[in-house]
Design a protein around this ligand. Sequence first.
Ligand SMILES: O=P(O)(O)OC[C@H]1O[C@](O)(CO)[C@@H](O)[C@@H]1O
Length: 535
Amino acid sequence: MTPFVPPHKRQAWQALQALAQGPQPHLRELLKSAERNAALHASGAGISIDYERQRVTREVMQQLLALADESQVMPQAQAMFKGEPINATEQRAVLHVALRGSHVPNPPWGHEISKQVANELHRVCTFAEKVREGHMKGFGGESITDVVNLGIGGSDLGPRMTTEALSHLTRDSFKNKVRVHYVSNVDAWSLYTALAYLNPARTAFVVQSKTFTTQETMTLAASAKRWLTDGGCPADQLGKHLIAVTANPHISAAQGFTPEHTFGFWDWVGGRYSVWSAIGLPLAISIGAFAFQDMLLGARAMDEHFLTAPSDQNLPLLMALFGIWNRNFLGATTHNIAPYASPLGKFASFLQQMDMESNGKGTHVDGSPVEVATAPVLWGGLGIDGQHAYFQLIHQGKHLVPMDFIGLRTERSPLPFAAEHHRVVLLNMQAQAQALAIGRTPEETMKELRDSGMDEAEVQRLAPHRSYPGNVPSTTIWVDALTPRSMGALMALYEHKVFCQAAIWGIHAYDQWGVELGKKMAKDIEAAEAARLKA
Ligand SMILES: O=P(O)(O)OC[C@H]1O[C@](O)(CO)[C@@H](O)[C@@H]1O
């Protein structure tokens, strides 16, 4: 690879700047070309994207793709898949992709890693099935019926989000006798409300922490042990109720977690990319080992698509490029994620960590300050609910908010009238995308008001309030149906999008030094307080 050049010094970046400063056709104009619209679609791994509502002309697309080339995005991706230490500030490889490819012949990351991954995956899946079948017994010999996940950030958001997205698939499963709960917040109410109706004799805790030093999680784990002993569990039987998932098993072992209840992963798995590892254990308990492995296969399918699809058909790369165009050239400071499928209610929260903890950076890989914008503020939630809450701002406010609409082509809920619900959901999604894109001019508004019989003075008074500037860019992401496989592909799509953007911005996506200062200060305050009490 050639020496690092900051993004704004690259030829394609400068060409894009010139294009952005020139006359920009409104989406209303761009969308008139049926030929253009027909070309702006791509698909792979069971997912397709429609991007005719991005504010891109042929010239812009050419330069965006040239920028990806000039930024050596794909050689950087190959370096990641080969296990090169691309997380340079922590001197680590970044191999979450290996977690879903242990079956791949001749893996670029090497057979040894695949072997380790396959072994641990086997342990996780076997254990998850044992719990689901009621063979995990508590101190009184009764089966465990409730599993409480204690973890935060990447040790919570991935399994929590996917459990909500996919557990409906297993609701009727005769095998699953176990409910899974999640507690991330160290606020006592959070633990109290999760435990209020649980029976200590039938409850197990999965303490998930890559480091096994996170203060919030360790505080929750200590209280969980206390709750168990207060509930009658003899101290020497606590191990029956405690499971550790960590990359630091020597720390969990020192705290009494047994080897058979300890599941490992590796320092080359970033917390926010760890749901594919043993961190997925509560999800596997919830949806079953088979479905969990299916999710891994979906992610692997997206990995293959990412590595092999040509640039102009490559979903993660295209989504990264639209993000760069909107952020760096059209000046959007935020980005909204709007799933139109209620099981994806926590998807935006999951992506917030993935995107903002990865790319909320201000230093280039060579240590120089970044002079262009990096990750936008990513936010969102279920589109249907957003329509009746914050979409007002997106339609008429002063922020430009590019959007990802996520829709399901088929919906499989067992309600007999589900098709009617799905129809209403999808027509709303399509209407919002179109309304945001084309808007409604004052002239069109006046005509509509006049046609409704309104008198002219009222037409003049109301038209400015009832017009819409439009020109809000969006991508519509179509998922065939919500299954473990498509979920895996969708998550991996965003992971690689984040990777591509970091590769173009020239920043490290896989460290998170920004979160450390606050942690250190909390420790300093704690130490000062302890010293004051001792004095
Ligand atoms: O799994 P751990 O080590 O408890 O860390 C939890 C989370 O905390 C962070 O380090 C941020 O503080 C995240 O990156 C991570 O996912």
